[in-house]
Design a protein around this ligand. Sequence first.
Ligand SMILES: Cc1cc2nc3c(=O)[nH]c(=O)nc-3n(C[C@H](O)[C@H](O)[C@H](O)COP(=O)(O)OP(=O)(O)OC[C@H]3O[C@@H](n4cnc5c(N)ncnc54)[C@H](O)[C@@H]3O)c2cc1C
Length: 396
Amino acid sequence: MDNTATTRHRILVIGGGNGGLSIAGRLRRGGISDVAVIEPRDQHVFAPLQSHIAGGIARASEAVRPQGDVTPKGVRWIRDRATHVDPHAHAVTLSSGDVVTYEHLIITAGLETRYDGVPGLDAAMNRPSGVSSYTFELAQKASPALRDVRGGTVVFVQQPEPASAAGVAQKPMYLACDWWRSQGRLDGIRVVFVSPEPSAFSVPAISDELQRKLDEYGIETHFSSDVREVRDGSITIGRGDRSETIEYDLLHAAPPQAPPAWIADSGLADDDGFVDVDPRTLRSRTFDGVWALGDAASVDTLRSGGAIRMQAKALARNLRAVLDGQEPRRHYDGYTVCPITVSRRTVVFAEFDGHGRLAPSIPGFASLYRESRISYVFDRHILPWVYWHLIVQGRA
Ligand SMILES: Cc1cc2nc3c(=O)[nH]c(=O)nc-3n(C[C@H](O)[C@H](O)[C@H](O)COP(=O)(O)OP(=O)(O)OC[C@H]3O[C@@H](n4cnc5c(N)ncnc54)[C@H](O)[C@@H]3O)c2cc1C
């Protein structure tokens, strides 16, 4: 006997992370009454704090809340996983076998971490010497591991695109260096930074600011370099046809990332596997009832939580217009932000648009991208409160 059920919602959201709750809350507050979010996890994690946990300046408990507590009031939480979308039938199949139909679907399923994307990386993360700010548990493991380093070689790896806020992989490195310096240990530690990018950041002014910190801490940099293999205690990196193996005592690695495969299997993806939307209106180029925002969407800018705030505003306006029988006219301009903590008191607040131009959100503060104390206070102490109380409630 078939025990599966079919339910219907006017607005259905896949993924109850940063993007999913932001847009669900915003639409609900805008007066749309039938909004549901499919999300399998029962704990919601505020990912930016993982960098601070790894770097020893935040407790793990600050980053987690029960999913039921953060789901906006009036939004239905479907505790399950989407496995397939049929955009012609306007139907989503769940892992339970149940089917949910919709009038409009918003996909905000984020990116998946793929530690198995580099030979040996997965196994390395299971040893005491392998840590990462990109996974909640590994960020907790990173904190005492980095704190207790007294000598030897520590390698930090930034992942290639596509990635969630790629530059933030550098945060635990600067935090650790600042700590080691304060303890008089930094000179005795070889700190190595490996990045696939040609410089510290894609925007020149921000890159210069970060390079100054790399020099200040005496960090050995390997730019334009990819990771070829990780073995027990050694990492092989390469640039073109040259490769080099570095013995390490501790490895902090941001893993390769990719959009979930069911997006492509459902016929919704661009060539890279992201939900194929117009990056300005965030509506599918092929299916009028499908929308996307956040890390899983084909937006042409650095993926970040800061970007999602602007995307949610545009998408909510456009969806509202379509429900009212109008065309979606509000455009997301590619604004994004990547706050990089460069010491235990300062942050480089990297804000820019889809063309890589500096885009400070406070008018008149053109130098916001420079290392500053005030940006640290905002990023470390104010933003978490704003996230829990305003952003995921669709108020900001
Ligand atoms: C370590 C780290 C530090 C970061 N630091 C910053 C920062 O300082 N500033 C900043 O602006 N951004 C930062 N970011 C980026 C920011 O966190 C992401 O851009 C943002 O979380 C993406 O939101 P999202 O909703 O697209 O995906 P997520 O927040 O990842 O949410 C996706 C949700 O979808 C769910 N899901 C997945 N598959 C399915 C399925 N099949 N069915 C149902 N649900 C599913 C997942 O369980 C998850 O809850 C950081 C990211 C990381 C990882």
